[in-house]
Design a binder for this molecule. Structure first.
Ligand SMILES: [Zn+2]
Length: 278
C-alpha cells in the first residue's frame, strides 16, 4: 500500500505541568480546603470554610491582643540540661535548635502591657518551642509572673498551647504542675483575678495544672483541650468517643469552660471581663 507523505509531523512535546506558585495557598489542617494565603492571614489564621483556629505565633498573638508598648520581663531565664538527657538527639541540642527556630529561650514569654487600656501581666506559651512543653523554666516564669501580679496588684492572663510536660526534664517537669498550681492558689488568696485562654492544642500537664485553674477559662473554637489525647483514651477503654469529644464546644457544654470566643472577638471579650474584674 502506498501512503502519501504527511505534510506535517507530530513532535512529542514535553508534558506541561500546571503549577500553583509556591507559598500562595494554605491548606487547612481541619477541612483540607485550600485558602488563599492573604485571606488566611487577613482572617488571623482562621479558616473561612470551617472556622478552624490554626495555631498563632507568639508575636502575632501579642499584636492581636495587647495594645502597643508591651514589655517583656524575665526573658533571660533558660533551661539547663541537668539530666544530660539524650533520646534521638541530646536535650541540649533540642534546646539550642528551638531557641534558634523561635528566637525565644524557652516555651513561654511573660509580659506587662495593656488590653484595651486595662493593665495586665500576661504569659504566652510558644508551641513552636518543643511543643510548648512545660519544663522548669515555664514553672519558674509563671511563679515569677504571679509574684509580680501580687506586687503590682495586676490581673494575670495566660494564653496556653502545649503538648504537656517536658519529658527531657523528667520528674522535674512534672513538679512544675504542683509549683504552678501552688502559685495560682497564692494569687487567688491575694484576691487577684486570673484568666486563662486555651488555644489549640492545650494538653497534658499544662491542662492538668495552671491552664484549668483560672477564675475565668476561655477557649478558642474547636481547640483540643485534654489531659490524655482521644486516641490514647480510645485504645485504653476500647470504645469510640463521642463526636467533638475534648473540643472547646463539648467542654463548654460539660462545664469545663466559661466561654468559647472566636479569635477576632478575643481582645474585646478580655477587655470586657477585665472591666468587670477591675
Ligand atoms: Zn478549614
Amino acid at each position: 500500500m502506498l501512503f502519501r507523505k504527511p505534510k506535517y509531523a507530530t513532535i512529542p512535546l514535553p508534558k506541561k505541568k500546571i503549577e500553583t506558585p509556591e507559598g500562595l495557598w494554605i491548606k487547612c489542617d481541619e477541612c483540607g480546603e485550600l485558602v488563599y494565603k492573604k485571606d488566611w492571614h487577613a482572617s488571623q489564621m482562621v479558616c473561612p470554610e470551617c472556622n478552624y483556629h490554626a495555631r498563632l505565633g507568639v508575636k502575632e498573638r501579642l499584636k492581636l491582643i495587647m495594645d502597643e508598648g508591651v514589655e517583656e520581663f524575665n526573658q533571660g531565664i533558660k533551661s539547663v540540661d541537668f539530666l544530660g538527657f539524650v533520646d534521638s538527639k541530646a536535650y541540649s541540642q533540642r534546646l539550642e535548635d528551638a531557641q534558634k527556630k523561635t528566637g525565644f529561650l524557652d516555651a513561654i514569654i511573660t509580659v506587662k502591657g495593656n488590653i484595651h487600656g486595662y493593665r495586665v501581666i500576661a504569659g504566652i506559651l510558644c508551641f513552636d518551642f518543643m511543643g510548648g512543653s512545660m519544663g522548669s523554666v515555664m514553672g519558674e516564669k509563671i511563679a515569677l509572673a504571679v509574684d509580680e501580679c501580687i506586687k503590682e496588684n495586676l490581673p494575670l492572663v495566660i494564653f496556653c498551647a502545649s503538648g504537656g510536660a517536658r519529658m527531657q526534664e523528667g520528674t522535674m517537669s512534672l513538679m512544675q504542675m504542683a509549683k504552678t498550681s501552688a502559685s495560682i492558689a497564692k494569687l487567688s488568696e491575694a484576691g487577684i483575678p486570673y484568666i486563662s485562654v486555651l488555644t489549640h492544642p492545650t494538653t497534658g500537664g499544662v491542662t492538668a495544672s495552671f491552664a484549668t485553674l483560672a477564675d475565668i477559662i476561655i477557649a478558642e473554637p474547636k481547640a483540643l483541650i485534654c489531659f490524655a489525647g482521644p486516641r490514647v483514651i480510645e485504645q485504653t477503654i476500647g470504645q469510640k468517643l463521642p463526636e467533638g469529644f475534648q473540643r472547646s464546644e463539648f467542654l463548654l457544654e460539660h462545664g469545663l469552660l466559661d466561654m468559647v470566643v472566636p479569635r477576632k472577638e478575643m481582645k474585646a471579650t478580655l477587655a470586657n471581663v477585665l472591666k468587670m474584674l477591675y
